[in-house]
Design a protein around this ligand. Structure first.
Ligand SMILES: *[C@@H]1O[C@H](CO)[C@@H](O)[C@H](O)[C@H]1NC(C)=O
Ligand SMILES: *[C@@H]1O[C@H](CO)[C@@H](O)[C@H](O)[C@H]1NC(C)=O
Ligand SMILES: *[C@@H]1O[C@H](CO)[C@@H](O)[C@H](O)[C@H]1NC(C)=O
Ligand SMILES: *[C@@H]1O[C@H](CO)[C@@H](O)[C@H](O)[C@H]1NC(C)=O
Ligand SMILES: *[C@@H]1O[C@H](CO)[C@@H](O)[C@H](O)[C@H]1NC(C)=O
Length: 478
């Protein structure tokens, strides 16, 4: 992957160095910006504006004070950072953006395990390591399931970025069409995104969230509709027993009598990302594991296994859960009605009010496990050797990393390009896909160096989706 920044220092210097900027620009500046923006919009309407001309958005997301290489080991709890460098499309394109909700609190199940581990640690009378002393006065006070402010900021910034990238495709009667799965954190991510989009346009273009797909009904933005699908528990259990024991021993030596288990260890490691994103600043729990070389990489690999065997290539009935969404994507790309017999809601998808086909920007808000199913159904992130992930031995060369695939606020952008062909001949429609700003190779539809496929070849390559999962969907209910 030529575009992946493998070097942690590059990421650190290039991408994570800003400081938190004020939420509001002073009135005078706002006024000036507004005039400038209006001028730019007029330029845009007479076709002189390249996206290069637009200023960079003022971002809200705070810097967390941990090196990028540590954040990248938090798997699906890593905050989004671009993993490549986006380059604007040639003019005349259409965009479908699929995005994960922003950072959240632990789920209620995870919170229970976390609280149990913290109680054990806090029952200890005297610690043998001063890094643990903060526990004497520590109070666990995180909520459950909900979007945190950092996650709202991430979503807002993503909305601003979308406006700055795609302003040329927007007009007052052609705003982005936005859908969301019904979890509150996903809905609030969508509405923070639309707020960011609107703010970046100085409220000239204010898209709204148009469709909320109920998670208790047919929903292409959630992964809970295939009852026979298995889980990643066996692989995660094997890996926990592989990486955690030395860390658990060290914790128990520092906190005598705590009797922590490997599961407790994993919960305590997770407090580093969860507390950090909830407070917007580095958690004291991070320090307990920073000098333990296996801790964050071990935790991160657990997340990679969770996704691979949960709804990814390692789960027989994982990819089929992405089929409904891909059939919706194909409908948008080809401007023809949705053809799907899996988890689409046919009532919603057959109405132009709830599934229009004539917009230029679409944005959908979803969950990590569902985005993984969609990647796997599409054919993205296949290991070159098509080997399953080994639950006892991480391959350092693997491309399957949850932090690069589905970080908090992670995103997949599909661009439909309608532009002159390479020889300047007839207009051809082509497709390219970005995941977290890495242009995907699309080898499955014959893309070359430019990583672009013809729409025809792309549609043909999606045989699995077009056949409703090649028999897998029926197996979900067998
Ligand atoms: C899309 O089609 C609808 C219904 O025909 C129409 O009302 C709307 O203006 C169209 N939107 C765009 C952006 O063309
Ligand atoms: C953004 O998300 C936060 C939750 O963190 C919520 O309180 C707020 O209402 C959201 N803002 C918008 C504009 O939806
Ligand atoms: C489809 O969506 C409509 C509107 O949200 C809802 O009332 C209906 O129950 C959904 N149908 C299925 C099968 O999910
Ligand atoms: C930890 O385990 C030891 C030995 O099994 C036991 O004596 C002790 O009571 C346990 N401590 C706690 C806090 O559960
Ligand atoms: C919901 O999904 C089921 C299972 O694929 C399908 O049979 C049904 O037609 C869908 N319902 C609607 C209203 O889309």
């Amino acid at each position: 992957m030529s575009q992946r920044a493998d070097n942690a220092e590059d990421l650190e210097e290039g991408l994570l160095t800003g400081t938190r900027r004020p939420l509001r620009t002073p009135f005078a500046t706002r006024f000036a910006l507004k005039k400038m923006l209006l001028a730019l919009v007029i330029l845009a309407s007479i076709g002189l504006l390249g996206s290069m001309l637009l200023a960079h958005p003022k971002t809200l997301t705070p810097v967390l004070g941990l090196p990028a290489n540590v954040q990248l080991e938090w798997a699906q709890y890593s905050p989004y950072i671009p993993h490549g460098i986006y380059s604007g499309p040639p003019s005349g394109c259409e965009i479908t953006q699929l995005q994960r909700h922003g950072a959240r609190f632990p789920t209620s199940g995870a919170a229970k395990s976390i609280v149990a581990a913290v109680i054990k640690l806090q029952a200890v009378k005297a610690y043998n390591d001063p890094d643990f002393d903060f526990l004497k006065t520590f109070t666990y006070d995180l909520g459950t399931n909900d979007l945190v402010e950092f996650g709202a900021d991430q979503s807002f910034d993503a909305g601003q970025e979308a406006f700055f990238r795609y302003a040329e495709l927007i007009s007052t009667d052609n705003l982005p069409f936005v859908r969301s799965s019904s979890s509150e954190r996903v809905v609030l991510s969508a509405t923070n995104w639309t707020a960011g989009f609107s703010a970046a346009s100085h409220h000239v273009y204010s898209p709204i969230l148009s469709v909320i797909l109920s998670e208790s009904a047919n929903d292409t933005l959630d992964d809970d509709m295939c009852p026979a699908a298995g889980s990643s528990d066996p692989q995660k259990k094997t890996w926990l027993a592989t990486y955690a024991p030395p860390i658990t021993s060290r914790l128990n030596a520092a906190a005598p009598g705590a009797n922590l288990t490997d599961t407790d260890t994993s919960s305590l490691i997770s407090l580093c990302p969860f507390e950090t994103v909830a407070k917007g600043t580095k958690s004291a729990f991070c320090k307990l594991f920073e000098h333990e070389p296996g801790a964050f990489p071990g935790f991160g690999y657990s997340g990679d296994l969770d996704k691979f065997y949960g709804t990814g290539y390692g789960q027989l009935l994982g990819p089929v859960q992405g089929v409904g969404y891909i059939n919706e994507l194909l409908a948008r790309l080809t401007e023809t009605p949705v053809q799907d017999h899996t988890q689409t809601n046919t009532t919603l998808d057959s109405s132009p009010l709830t599934f229009p086909l004539n917009r230029t920007v679409y944005a959908d808000f979803s969950h990590d496990n569902q985005m993984i199913a969609i990647y796997a159904a599409l054919g993205l992130f296949r290991q070159p050797q098509v080997e399953p992930l080994d639950p006892t031995k991480p391959n350092p060369e693997r491309i399957w990393r949850a932090s690069a695939l589905v970080p908090f606020s992670g995103r997949m952008i599909t661009e439909r390009l309608k532009c002159a062909g390479s020889k300047g001949d007839a207009k051809t429609v082509r497709v390219r896909i970005w995941v977290n700003d890495v242009l995907q190779p699309l080898e499955f539809c014959g893309a070359g160096e430019d990583r672009v496929c013809s729409l025809d070849a792309f549609v043909k390559s999606q045989e699995f989706a077009r056949s409703n999962g090649a028999g897998d969907w029926e197996k979900c209910f067998a």
